[in-house]
Design a protein around this ligand. Sequence first.
Ligand SMILES: [Fe+2]
Length: 311
Amino acid sequence: MAMTGILRPGHAQLRVLDLEQATRFYRDIMGLVETGRDGQGRVYFKCWDEHDHSSLILRQADGAGIDFIGFKVLNASTLDQLDKDIQAFGLKTERVPAGDLLETGERVRFVLPTGHVMELYAEKTQIGNGLPAVNPAPWAPDADRGMAPVRFDHCLLYGPNVMANKVLFMEVLGFHLVERILGPAEAGEPEIGLFFSCSHKTHDIAFVEYPEPGKLHHLSFRMPTWERVLRAGDIMGMNKVPIDIGPTRHGVTRGETIYAWDPSGNRFETFAGGYEPYPDSRTITWTFEGFPHGLDFPQGKLHDSFLTVVT
Ligand SMILES: [Fe+2]
């Protein structure tokens, strides 16, 4: 088996200002599948082509943002080993009991140097993608409602101390650095943006240096094609969803993208394309001068809202 350790971003819990409005948005406009509600009133969703019970959990709160991001690991012994390794790195860990999240096993929770709460878990009930394992069709009925992303793909988080996150992600958690963005030459070109992968994807999680800890820039949802990104843009237009950037293509990761805001002001991305790095691929660097094309390759333009608005 080639993939061990941490497998993928599995779930994110998002704070929303009006739970029923947010539920309608993610279910009917985004086209996610609602999979449950718990005793705390949280609402659970998955993308149609995901097999695990849930990848997005909404919680009603007074302020928007992200409560935590959870990564699925290979098995229980991997979870125990990573718990020890994270503690040896110098972070406190906490065990959240199985069942605290619906259909999800015990989680190991810790706070990143950037102030974000991250979790690891080994178990989540597989409820399937609506297709049989024998002779399946290419898509299920849920794939034709709303924007219908195929999976929760990655998140971009803003906070201080991204260099401390780099040590943790590369030396303890087993990620590789796919791309990085440098600060200005007069500041000594510090690394201010880091794109990490635990897989074959261009990024499973990314960080940008920012003075306030624990901030969410966006959650990203994978679309199967560029045409489906454009169709998601059509659906945003039909529903007056406010768009931040796009449709366009990033230089960073080569992803095709639209960024927009949910009704609570949390930014999300509909994303396709990119390339397939391996752990031994060279790291791509974007200089401060080159970054406008890294953000928006055709226009070579820095978008002010993209750089400053977070939740
Ligand atoms: Fe993204």
